[in-house]
Design a protein around this ligand. Structure first.
Ligand code: HSE
Length: 319
């Protein structure tokens, strides 16, 4: 199959943006070149030369050779502006912004249909674990009954460090931030919001059910205290932040994010540190279990890379 040459306009050059730059240097077989990088902060010292950057997004939108926009910025509202404008101008988009996607799912779907351009976002859900592509392709004819798992790397890292290494909650969070796992507003991680955005994406690709963030409830790990940790230790349990969605007998769907005690029989028990783990249950395959790094520069960049590669074959989700 022939592959399209891709000229990328990249928005954002933080942890994942730089990760993608490095990953692309190491994959010369893929004909994808970052033509221009748009960043906000003029004074920030960067790892590569100033000639690669612009501060004016028009330089990317007006460049007819740029056929893919990769959006890796932190701000969901600014990301929404970039992504909608890119789709309307016929440029394919790769985004890692779960909050933006979860908040505007319906509209983004409609734009893709109207302008016949793909928007891929494998990196928005469980970073390196290719869960969206699996849900889209593998289960096309096998009915999903439930999906559940650990979908936030930072909180799993914090829970692991407080539990195993007796680190304080504050120190564990600080480490998650230093390693580039946490959101710049870490309450999104610790309050279970990031997990909820990912669950909304999973819901759409598992059950074709599109809901809004306010439709689902989420409880994070920020209220877990010494008592719960003590109880878990005494009983040989662990605490995990679990996102779950399942079909009820009447066909309706329930979905929520909650911290859970898990025992050593549970597949999620050994999913520690920054790893994510997702269990699907379907009519024919029965249970399947996916594990992979859920945050960090290169694991997240690997998912962005897989989307860029998929675009070179004109891949698009079918929903
Ligand atoms: N803050 C997110 C997490 C980053 O910890 O899972 C990856 O989506």
């Amino acid at each position: 199959m022939s592959r399209k040459k891709l000229n990328i306009g990249l928005f954002g050059f933080g942890c994942v943006g730089f990760g993608l730059y490095e990953v692309l240097q190491k994959t010369p077989g893929l004909k994808a070149n970052i033509k221009n990088i748009c960043v906000k902060d003029k004074d920030k010292k960067r790892e590569i030369g100033a000639e690669n950057f612009t501060f004016n997004k028009e330089d990317i939108f007006n460049d007819a050779e740029i056929n893919v926009i990769v959006e890796l910025i932190d701000d969901a509202d600014a990301a929404y502006e970039i992504v909608t404008r890119a789709l309307k101008s016929g440029k394919a988009v790769v985004s890692a912004n779960k909050k933006m996607i979860a908040e505007h799912f319906e509209e983004l779907l409609a734009l893709q249909r109207e302008y016949k351009v793909p928007l891929l976002y494998e990196a928005a859900c469980c970073a390196s674990m290719p869960i969206i592509r699996n849900l889209e392709e593998y289960y096309d004819n096998d009915l999903l009954e439930s999906i559940q798992g650990i979908v936030n790397g930072s909180t799993n890292y914090i829970l692991t460090k407080t539990f195993k290494d007796n680190l304080s909650y504050e120190d564990a969070l600080k480490e998650a931030q230093e390693k580039g796992f946490a959101e710049s507003n870490p309450i999104l991680d610790t309050g279970g919001f990031d997990a909820k955005y990912k669950l909304l994406i999973l819901l759409a690709h598992s059950f074709g059910y599109i809901a809004k963030p306010d439709d689902l409830f989420n409880i994070g790990i920020n209220n877990i205290g010494g008592l719960e940790l003590k109880y878990a230790r005494e009983k040989g349990l662990k605490i995990k932040l679990v996102a779950q969605a399942f079909k009820n007998l009447d066909g309706s769907i329930s979905a929520f994010v909650l911290p859970k005690f898990v025992d050593s029989e549970d597949r999620l028990f050994n999913v520690d540190d920054v790893f994510n783990g997702v269990i699907t249950k379907t009519s024919f395959a029965d249970e399947q279990f996916f594990v992979g790094k859920g945050a960090g520069a290169h694991p997240t960049a690997s998912a962005v890379l897989s989307d860029i590669s998929a675009l070179s074959y004109d891949y698009q989700y079918e929903y």
